[in-house]
Design a protein around this ligand. Structure first.
Ligand code: NAP
Length: 280
């Protein structure tokens, strides 16, 4: 196996595959100090992508989405080689040069956020990996997902942009929610530097509830309780923060689509309150 792109995902993937017994023979890249250091740490050669193509049968292209197509087009692939990208939003069409050369194209996309460039292979544990590939590569990737500690879900026929939007909502946009929470925290007069450490445990608690229970059972707070007065007070307090007020309403209205145990009157009063016109 050779890996091209030892960045945030690539480093974790390389360490995970090596720990699972795969024979990692090369790290391909642009010769950046980070790539050279990572290859040295693994005890494998750091080479150019084209040199990597000479040395392995199976390739992971863990480069930014926009680089996958140009990179695939720049490497002289050989018949029988298997080339896998890790982008949730891209189909296999970006690897057309591989199939044109007689190789097999695939995708392995872990539904996990890897934010450290030194590698966190343990973060594959229990993770669903979206997998797509011409056979026998597809089945091989299913096995790899299991070997990394996760499990595979097949992506053939799936709308990749919507699949990836789901991933963005559950990961990146949680960061956006924390940015909104921090603005409200600061507007309340609390010390800005304390927001992250004070609010993160709340976020983790909610995430833990979601992991264990259905969404409507995991929900706590004023909407779940039917606490109309508290929602009214929040909206009044957010009057000067129009963007936050609009966000609060939109997200609250989504909660009302869950099968919460609210009586019909409370649900309708909350819906009226939360759907009131608010310009974004
Ligand atoms: N990070 C995640 O949580 C995550 C999760 C799921 C899927 N993914 C997918 O994984 C892929 C990589 O994302 P990432 O977050 O790991 O990116 P990243 O941290 O920016 O790392 C990208 C790596 O690719 C290398 N690179 C960039 N352009 C290159 C080129 N033209 N030729 C060779 N190497 C090149 C970079 O090397 P230099 O050191 O030279 O810059 C770097 O090592 C993307 O397709 C992404 O959608 C990421």
């Amino acid at each position: 196996v050779a890996l091209i792109g030892a960045g945030r995902l690539g480093a974790s993937l390389a360490l995970g595959l090596a720990a699972a017994g795969y024979d990692l023979v090369a790290i391909g890249g642009r010769g950046s100090p980070a790539t050279l250091e990572f290859a040295r740490r693994l005890g494998v050669n750091a080479v150019s992508p084209s040199e990597a193509a000479l040395s392995a049968d199976l390739f992971f292209l863990a480069v930014p989405d926009i680089e996958i197509g140009p990179l695939a087009a720049s490497v002289p692939w050989r018949a029988g080689q298997r080339v896998v990208h890790c982008s949730g939003a891209s189909g296999l069409d970006v690897l057309a040069p591989v199939t044109q050369a007689g190789g097999l194209a695939g995708c392995l996309h872990p539904l996990q956020s890897f934010s450290r460039a030194d590698g966190e292979p343990e973060r594959f544990r229990g993770v669903t990996c979206g997998v797509e590939g011409e056979e026998p590569l597809g089945r091989e990737l299913e096995q790899m997902a299991a070997d990394l500690g996760g499990h595979a879900i097949r992506l053939e026929g799936v709308d990749r942009a919507l699949y990836h939007a789901a991933a963005v909502f559950s990961s990146n946009y949680v960061v956006a929610l924390m940015a909104a929470a921090t603005r409200a925290w600061e507007a309340a007069g609390l010390p800005p530097g304390a927001a992250r450490s004070a609010l993160a445990p709340l976020l983790l608690g909610a995430a833990g509830n979601i992991e264990r229970r259905e969404l409507h059972e995991a929900l706590t707070g004023p909407v779940a309780r039917g606490d109309i007065g508290t929602v009214e007070r929040h909206l009044a307090a957010l009057e000067d923060e129009r963007e936050l007020a609009a966000l609060y309403r939109r997200l609250g209205a989504l909660l009302l689509d869950l099968p919460l145990s609210l009586d019909g009157d409370t649900r309708e009063r909350l819906r009226a309150l939360l759907s009131r016109e608010a310009a974004l």
